[in-house]
Design a binder for this molecule. Structure first.
Ligand code: 5AD
Ligand code: SF4
Length: 474
């Protein structure tokens, strides 16, 4: 999600006449996109911003984007006064206007002698869709009050847009991979899981129209993209805002429509929420061969008691019911998940229920995280009583169990033929890197060089817990 946000921001900037450079040294403007989903994200961001401090005298301008920007807001200006722009993801559509203000701002290199503060805020309510945002200015003459010569320090914020109904729709996206591309279909999240910062940083749920998603997907197909990944914090709560009667598409219908675009060979989607995950998604996968046979369905815990505490809005049985739909699909569907260990109050027996769920489902991959309290979330008020060492112990047990499960399940592929999308070449290993429709890494040797981005048949010859190895079929 964040990677694609950066692609859209870069594309927008390039369309405004900016040029992307490789290093901070070469840049006049440094925009730092941040994520705050777990751990000590804020500290990492401030450490990085401190590294930038030495460049302030060169007149470089700095902006902080994304979740940490939204969460820390104007505190960033206090702790890193060389930063001029702070914008959460819900404000990205106003970026061209904010950047114009930044461009017009006085050179900051002189400003640190005696700062007065001009705070420039974008006003989303005055923004017309597709038009330039109207920008209001308020000045606080702190430098003047201190008796020093006031020099303007410009502080531009985009922090008040989380209630917006608008998406960051841009025709300019600087996609880095020429074969596989992301399309955001829904922004924000209304689920408010008790541990999660996303609803507070990315704002409320807002879907793009299916028409605009399909236009973007067709353009990508015309440009030669063959794989599309539909993105959202919770793609299953996609609600098509299209006005045409009878023209609205459900998520499953949109998925199928993208899969039917000529030239599109694979369609993926992430992330799903079990509460909203409908059987119609499996029906679509059954009906449309280009829809990948992979579902990422984060469970977080196998204990209904913990799921309640996490405000996940489903119980263990309901989760397993969705798994049973997938297992009844016409094609074997690979299932992956996220889990959190050490949520406040998680007992040994709750944890055992997560372990037993791993056995019951037989996931193809599990992304496991230690619970970390996040600012503004309901669970921050719960005592984080499980010591870190105990969280580490549970994480290791869980990962070791999953490794055993995957070692066995990946072995079953040996001798089978899979289609791999060629992702590149690993010269050191003299292997090609590929990915199956199941989203498994399938490296392979080849007597004839395949083209990167092509789809090739590969016979699996051996397996590891996280990848497969094979030989190109010629
Ligand atoms: N602590 C630990 N893991 C978290 N995740 C989200 N918030 C937290 C948190 N506070 C994990 C969840 C989610 C994934 C993207 O990150 O498992 O599915
Ligand atoms: Fe966070 Fe829950 Fe929304 Fe996922 S569904 S982004 S975990 S609040």
């Amino acid at each position: 999600m964040n990677v694609h946000d950066s692609e859209k921001v870069v594309g927008t900037l390039v369309s405004e006449g900016y040029r992307q450079v490789e290093t901070v040294e070469e840049a006049d403007l440094v925009l730092y996109n941040t994520c705050s989903i777990r751990d000590k994200a804020e500290q990492k961001v401030f450490n990085r911003l401190n590294d930038y401090k030495k460049y302030q005298k060169q007149g470089k301008k700095f902006g902080v984007l994304g979740c940490v920007a939204q969460q820390e807001g104007e505190k960033i200006f206090e702790r890193a006064p060389w930063v001029s722009l702070v914008a959460g993801s819900a404000s990205y559509r106003n970026l061209p206007g904010m950047l114009k203000q930044l461009e017009e701002a006085p050179d900051r290199s002189a400003a640190f002698e005696s700062p007065a503060i001009d705070s420039i805020e974008s006003h989303p309510s005055n923004t017309t869709k597709g038009g330039a945002p109207s920008v209001g200015t308020k000045a606080a003459k702190s430098g003047a009050a201190s008796g020093k010569n006031p020099v303007s320090l410009v502080r531009i914020t985009g922090l008040d847009d989380r209630e917006t109904d608008e998406c960051f729709e841009t025709e300019f996206t600087a996609r880095t991979n020429p074969h596989r591309g992301y399309i955001t279909i829904i922004e924000g999240c209304d689920k408010f899981c008790s541990y999660c910062v996303v609803p507070y940083t990315r704002g409320k749920e807002r879907s793009r129209t299916s028409d605009s998603v399909l236009v973007e997907a067709r353009q990508m197909a015309d440009l030669g993209y063959t794989e599309i990944q539909l993105l959202g914090q919770n793609v299953n709560s996609y609600k098509d805002p299209a006005g045409k009667p009878g023209g609205k598409k459900s998520f499953a219908e949109l998925l199928a429509a993208v899969g039917e675009i000529p030239g599109i060979h694979r369609v993926r989607f992430t992330t799903s929420h079990p509460r909203d995950f409908g059987r119609d998604i499996i029906d679509a996968i059954d009906a449309v061969p280009t829809l990948c046979d992979h579902v990422h369905l984060p469970v977080q815990s196998g204990s209904t008691r913990m799921l309640d505490a996490m405000q996940r809005l489903y119980n263990r049985e309901q989760y397993l019911e969705r798994i049973s739909w997938m297992k009844a699909a016409k094609r074997p569907i690979s299932i992956t998940t996220d889990t959190i260990v050490g949520f406040p109050g998680e007992t040994e027996s709750d944890f055992a229920e997560t372990l037993s769920l791993l056995d019951e489902v037989g996931f193809d991959a599990v992304f496991a995280f230690k619970y970390s309290p996040r600012p503004n979330t309901p669970s921050i008020s719960l005592e984080d009583a499980i010591p870190d060492a105990e969280k580490v112990r549970r994480l290791e047990i869980l990962m070791s169990k999953q490794r055993t499960i995957q070692t066995l399940s990946y072995k079953r592929y040996i001798g089978t033929q899979c289609e791999a999308m060629v992702e590149g070449r690993n010269e050191a290993r003299a292997q090609w890197m590929g990915r199956t429709s199941h989203n498994k890494t399938l490296n392979f040797t080849a007597s004839v060089d395949p083209k990167v981005g092509s789809y090739v048949p590969v016979i699996v010859t051996s397996s590891f817990p996280n990848s497969l190895l094979g030989e190109l079929v010629v």
